[in-house]
Design a binder for this molecule. Structure first.
Ligand SMILES: C[S@@+](CC[C@H](N)C(=O)[O-])C[C@H]1O[C@@H](n2cnc3c(N)ncnc32)[C@H](O)[C@@H]1O
Length: 308
């Protein structure tokens, strides 16, 4: 990838004291029982031009302190080993099958995989013939992604960036954009969708998967919002369900379905297909209620032919 610029978060020592101050001012951020305010945009940023795929070092080391509000924090740095071990390169579950179907044939396409984590999906896109650029906020997960690229070279370009913090320098650089279970981790949805819209060619698909925003949970599986709140209370929270092993650690942003669809439309990303794959078999066994509700959502939007 040449002449590509992403605005990335940059952390200085003076920022650390600001982060501590913000955390001390926001005790609710550490209280899983309460919904905090929607996190605001990163306070400190600088544009770092990425003239080629950046493959080493850490120009944008993120603070690893989880759940600080007011700054963009790479929450997955603290759980990278756990995440890599639990989310492996298999794609035969109903959500992955649907996701790949909605993306369609990828041979020769330039695909931007946002919130790529350790590259689980990025690798499958590349195996299917896509030229993949993959972006994530977590340096620890990107290290794992690059290590996997060393073991199985697929030509994936991994970039460390906050996808919400700025735009690509050149509009329409990508034929398709994907985001597997990342939107509820991204604090600034509006900023992320702005980047997606700018990156896509007119008519290009943006495919994403999510825990269904309307899923209220069941048994040991946490839903999309806290049991003490309602579907209409949006914000970041920390689930407690025994079976929600990842979300117990990294939390999630709850947004109503209408918020997602209206934000997508505002960025010229118009709904084309929507699917509600069945929950995994173990949820059926362990939590009868969970198997009776739509647990996952996979959506394909198309970038409007004309969008300012
Ligand atoms: C549940 S993981 C999904 C990883 C991968 N897509 C997969 O399917 O395995 C969510 C990812 O979103 C990333 N993330 C959260 N906020 C982000 C942001 N603002 N910019 C880029 N990545 C972000 C996290 O670091 C994490 O890797």
């Amino acid at each position: 990838m040449t002449e590509q610029h992403l605005v990335v978060a940059e952390e200085h020592s003076r920022h650390n004291s600001m982060v501590k101050h913000l955390v001390s001012m926001a005790p609710f951020a550490l209280d899983p029982g309460r919904l905090p305010r929607r996190p605001s945009k990163s306070l400190f940023r600088s544009a770092v031009p990425l003239t080629e795929c950046w493959r080493g070092g850490s120009p944008t080391a993120q603070g690893s302190r989880p759940y600080a509000l007011g700054v963009t924090v790479a929450r997955y740095d603290a759980v990278a080993d756990f995440y890599e071990a639990g989310w492996v390169d298999t794609y035969d579950d109903a959500t992955s099958v649907t996701f790949l179907q909605l993306l369609g044939p990828l041979d020769g396409l330039r695909v931007l995989d946002i919130a790529c984590g350790h590259g689980r999906l990025s690798r499958e896109l590349a195996r299917r013939g896509a030229q993949v650029t993959a972006v994530d906020l977590s340096t620890a997960l990107l290290e794992k992604a690059r290590a996997a690229e060393g073991q199985e070279p697929l030509g994936i370009c991994y970039l460390h960036a906050d996808i919400a913090s700025g735009g690509l320098a050149h509009a329409g650089t990508f034929d398709a954009v994907s985001c597997s279970f990342g939107l509820s981790d991204i604090d600034d949805l509006d900023g992320a969708l702005r980047t997606v819209s700018k990156a896509l060619q007119p008519g290009g698909p943006f495919v994403f998967s999510l825990l269904h925003p309307c899923f209220s949970g069941g048994g040991p599986v946490s839903g999309s919002w806290p049991s003490g709140a309602t579907y209409y209370d949006e914000g970041w929270w920390l689930p407690e369900g025994r079976a929600s092993s990842l979300r117990r650690r990294v939390g999630a942003n709850h947004r109503m379905l209408s918020t997602y669809l209206n934000s997508l439309a505002a960025h010229g990303l118009h709904l084309d297909r929507i699917a509600e794959p069945a929950p995994p078999a173990e949820w059926t066994d362990r939590a009868i209620d969970a198997s009776r509700l739509p647990a996952f959502l996979v959506v394909r939007c198309l970038k409007a032919e004309r969008h300012c």
